[in-house]
Design a protein around this ligand. Structure first.
Ligand SMILES: *Cc1c(COP(=O)(O)O)cnc(C)c1O
Length: 391
């Protein structure tokens, strides 16, 4: 039996075969602990980690010592937000973030509220983008941190990082960005954008799961974070634990490939997305969620009027693997907090589809998916109609 077409690249991506090939020797042959400074096994692993660290630092215009490896973006977000809160508590206890952030940002903020911190959750416009005037109005004398994601995981919308960074720098407030969906896909520059902390992950960009990083600015200003894992003092004392060499090598290779393919891939993905949207637009009562162009090339998020979200997914699941606005936090059945923040009604938030088009998708697949969505929607609508008539 053939498997459904994979269009859920915001959830995760397959490991690119070239990434896999780069990782393999580090499981068996070069298995040393990068912290073993007294023998060749350690040196080999350390050299591989060093190379990956340089690639990742260069990708965001940082220096290698500013890259702290973590288990992924969830851990990086927790380390950034709780680590800054703990280190700067004497300066203030106010944090600004956005209503549409990933739960890995929202939940650490909620946790800090239980400890006495105050958090402002900025609203977004209908297009999913924050208004800089609203940000300006939210700053307080005791604001220590602003956390705004680079690219949204549901609607792909890109926030104006450079403008936000400049506003934070003027006020000497730290700026963190969750760039889990952005690394390798859009240009990121911690200097030009005045970013102080940046969360990264490998598995959204054809690298392995279980590895990511937090960029922590070391100069102008030197950012302090309180470690959340204590132990051997790895990663400048900010994140203890033996470095996971094969995953780190894979992360580096994945970022290197993404950067070299970025321009070509972005063009191809943008055209596949336009193809999909054009085909689907033949349906009535279909809405695009998020800004039409200021979004990730491979992202399309739509709401469809007059159908039940669960029935729609059920009808599609043998043809295409994707997620809906209600299935984002896996077990939750509440409508997406991102779509409701855009002002979508609960029923439109439920009847939504998130397409994540990626490196291995083809134009033929997009056509087949569009055809299937159209026919499932039409049949659901006509069955609703016929059940109304028969009543
Ligand atoms: C996937 C994702 C995360 C979580 O990353 P993990 O590496 O899976 O922990 C955090 N933020 C955003 C925006 C994401 O898309």
């Amino acid at each position: 039996m053939s498997r459904p077409i994979y269009l859920d690249c915001h959830a995760t991506t397959p490991v690119d075969p070239q990434v896999m090939a780069a990782m393999l020797p580090y499981f068996t042959e070069y298995f040393g602990n990068p912290s073993s400074i007294n023998h060749q096994y350690g040196w080999e692993a350390e050299a591989a980690v060093k190379q990956a660290r340089e690639i990742i630092a260069n990708a965001i215009n940082a220096t290698p010592v500013e890259i702290i490896f973590t288990s992924g973006a969830t851990e990086a977000n927790n380390l950034a937000i709780k680590g800054v809160a703990e280190a700067y508590v004497e300066q203030g206890q106010h944090i600004i973030t956005v209503a549409t952030e990933h739960n890995a940002v929202i939940d650490p903020c909620k946790y800090l509220e239980t400890l006495g911190f105050t958090v402002t959750y900025l609203p977004v416009g209908e297009d999913g983008i924050i208004d800089l005037k609203t940000l300006e109005a939210a700053f307080r004398d005791d604001t220590i941190l602003v956390s705004v994601m680079a690219a949204n995981n549901e609607i792909g919308v890109l926030q104006p990082l450079a403008a936000i960074g400049a506003m934070c720098r003027d006020r000497r407030i730290l700026f963190h960005t969750d760039a889990a969906q952005a690394i390798g896909k859009i240009p990121l520059d911690v200097e030009g954008m005045h970013i102080d902390l940046m969360s990264l992950t490998a598995h959204k960009v054809y690298g392995p799961k279980g590895i990511g990083a937090l960029y922590v600015r070391r100069r102008q200003p030197r950012v302090a974070i309180a470690p959340q894992l204590h132990g051997g003092g790895h990663e400048r004392g900010m994140r203890s634990g033996t470095l996971y060499t094969p995953q780190i090598v894979g992360f580096g290779k994945a970022v290197e490939m993404a950067l070299s393919l970025q321009e070509e891939e972005n063009q191809r993905l943008t055209s596949l997305r336009q193809q999909l949207w054009q085909r689907l637009s033949s349906l009535s009562g279909i809405y695009l969620n998020g800004h039409p162009t200021q979004r990730l090339p491979g992202n399309l998020n739509i709401s469809i009027e007059g159908v039940d979200g669960a029935a729609l997914l059920l009808g599609l699941q043998s043809t295409v693997a994707l997620s809906s606005g209600s299935a984002c936090s896996s077990t939750s059945t509440a409508p997406s907090h991102v779509l409701t923040a855009l002002g979508r009604s609960e029923s439109l938030a439920y009847a939504s589809l998130r397409f994540g088009i990626g490196r291995f998708n083809t134009s033929e697949e997009i056509d087949l998916v569009a055809e299937t969505v159209i026919s499932v929607v039409e049949s659901l609508r006509s069955s609703i109609l016929s059940s109304r008539i028969s009543r």
